[in-house]
Design a protein. Structure first.
Length: 137
């Protein structure tokens, strides 16, 4: 049994290493490979991606793996990673961690936009239309 357990742990380590190299767009299509919370009190580093009820979430800050810090109980500690057709979905509220870079595209409703701000864009097309242009691919 020890050999199989060691092999499984090594396989899991390789999956975690591969998952860390994926972009958010790629990662959103393989959510199942990301770890779930264990509530074991371990440190979750800011930027860590997890599988939360089948959706990909990213820790917005360092925190402890405890129930009071999970996405349901502390949503401000977590960022949604959402994509459609390879482009991010522009959220209603864009945190600094989710800011769009110049040239990055995103869906706002059924329209695909491209950010034209040279600084990180934390505005939606509705909040600041001059920061976006309609993108037709």
């Amino acid at each position: 049994m020890g050999y199989r357990l060691d092999a499984a742990r090594e396989y899991r380590r390789k999956i975690d290493a591969a998952g860390a190299m994926l972009t958010d767009a790629q990662a959103s299509s393989v959510t199942a490979i990301y770890p779930q919370l264990k509530y074991d009190g371990a440190l979750i580093a800011g930027g860590t991606r997890i599988n939360w009820k089948g959706k990909l979430k990213r820790a917005a800050a360092d925190m402890w793996d405890r129930e009071e810090n999970d996405p349901d109980n502390a949503p401000a500690l977590w960022e949604d990673i959402l994509y459609r057709e390879g482009h991010r979905i522009i959220p209603d509220v864009i945190s600094v961690g989710l800011a769009f870079s110049c040239g990055e595209t995103g869906w706002w409703g059924d329209t695909l936009y491209r950010s034209v701000l040279t600084a990180p864009n934390t505005y939606t097309p509705e909040q600041y239309p001059a920061g976006w242009e309609v993108y037709d691919g």
